[in-house]
Design a protein around this ligand. Sequence first.
Ligand code: PEP
Length: 250
Amino acid sequence: MSVRKLAAGNWKMNGDLAALEQLDAMVEAAEDASCAVLICPPAVLIHPMVARVAAGDLHVGGQDCHAAASGAHTGDIAAAQLRDAGATHVILGHSERRADHGETDATVRAKAEAALAAGLTAIVCLGETEAERDAGRTLDVIAGQLDGSLPAGATAANTVIAYEPVWAIGTGRTPTDDQIAEVHALLRTRLSERLPDGASVSLLYGGSVKPSNAAQIFAIAHVNGALVGGASLKAEDFVPIIRALDAAQG
Ligand code: PEP
């Protein structure tokens, strides 16, 4: 069964209007590639980024949304507002939001349901801490996060799962191929049990993906793409990652 490949960039709290010039080469690479390409900039850059990519083959997404449709939530953004600004996807439950803002699996699920209701694709992030891995709890943690965070109404068309070990994010460290394979196999099995089209849900790996390790990571079974932080900020890093995903089997 074919699974949609996705190269997704998370700019986190980086970038400004001048940084949008990085988009031009990324759009070109996206147009040449069969995989989908997405950049999730800070919210204030979504609309100008959508304008810059124009009809180009590069999607723009948010990094978070509120679970409510609207209301008295100062500083928050509703999923429909992201959609209105031109976003097609939203990252939810990134470990930095779970850590910095106390987001639980239930919070993430509620936000993901709001995203689906607004017509966005939810990219739900999961990942173990180093202490959890050292304690041999990785698979239990991931299974629990998946069960707790997966939105009602999830399908392969509206939901993407990103496995991002917390200890690999921004550290330059990556799990072994076997460690990634083990978690992605668990995700595939569990999603196939829970969703009629769970075998087709895109599964991303995230955590220190760079041009030098992308091809190796994309060769791992059930890795259908990547969620990339630091290496998505510059076209010279992200374009080779897009190309590596495009060239990967699967
Ligand atoms: C991320 O923030 O989702 C991420 C994977 O960051 P980095 O690629 O910089 O490790």
